[in-house]
Write a protein that binds this ligand. Sequence first.
Ligand code: UD1
Length: 364
Amino acid sequence: MKLLTVVGARPQFVKAAAVSRVLRKQHREILVHTGQHYDRNMSQIFFDELHIPTPDYNLGVGSGSHAKQTASMLVGIEDILLMEKPDAVLVYGDTNSTLAAALAASKILIPVVHVEAGLRSYNFAMPEEQNRVLTDHISRVLFAPTGTAVENLAKEGITHGVYDVGDVMADAVFYYIKEEAKNPEALFRNLDVLYGSLSGIDAYYLATIHRAENTDVDEKLWQVLDAFEALDHPVLFPIHPRTRRAALARLEEKQLKNTVLVAPVGYREMLTLTQHAVKVVTDSGGLQKEAYLLKTPCITVRPQTEWVETLNGGHNVLVPPEKDAIVEAVLHQHVDEQNHPDYYGKGEAGLKITEILSQKGVLQ
Ligand code: UD1
């Protein structure tokens, strides 16, 4: 079978790597990179580290408004699909690259396979929620990471072609996690420090904040940074280009003392940093779950989460982007360590996906 995979943004490189590793043993895969993420440490570093083959096509769409970015992906992907005529198109998650690929394929009647289907925040103001809902409704095969995701799809009338296979990001965590580098100095050695200093740190919180809803309103980002400044351990903050741009103008004026800004880090480095952090503070979807899998408590700066299971037992708590709420949650989170079920599978999602796609008639 000839499958065409479309990736474009950082988390998709990780998810696709987990599936491709197995898929390529049995099927031919054409890899398309939309170019949504293009900085070396947002893109190429993942290809190198996770041994992802060089994409067969790179559309180089880069940044732009939602319409411009999605439109240029649509045009570029359609051209490739008409040339390559794959049996199906594989898309991952909820980014603009996901929706563009699904829409381009669906319109010319190429079956769409959505990996990480059925997640919902029920907040339709998020571009990610729009992307995932629309993608699910035009997909032929839907690989759901959890039972909750299967139920979410059923509520929208989607029951055909749905498979609960576990989470591909759990595959990646179990495959790539290393127990090395326990002392902070070893962990920090390769970090590119942009602001502040790592010297003398022996315990740290790990933070990432990049969602448009938190970065594109100045006041919210400053509330988050004010919270970091008030915590009892330094906050290590690998900063996404979107956040960096939003913060840059006022960083000097802010004079951060407890927050250390570093350039975005690779996947393996991030896993190790997560595993050894006191806690994680984030608005990322994937990092909440990686923290859960690595048993590091997490505080999520968002009103909802798609990964609702992480909230059980207090492993993850949701807080608004307000200084006092964040500080309170970080300092007083109660985690029930005994209550840590295996919600996300045992790291076999890629294998199950390959087996199901190999069955006759699944794409019909
Ligand atoms: C995208 C996804 C989001 C995902 C995130 C992971 C959408 C709508 N959002 O958000 O769900 O969690 O990726 O990182 O698809 N930029 C650079 N260099 C890069 C990439 C981006 O400078 O390599 C800057 C650009 O100025 C761009 C901004 O960051 O305008 C935002 O990038 P974009 O890809 O539009 O969305 P993300 O915020 O990364």
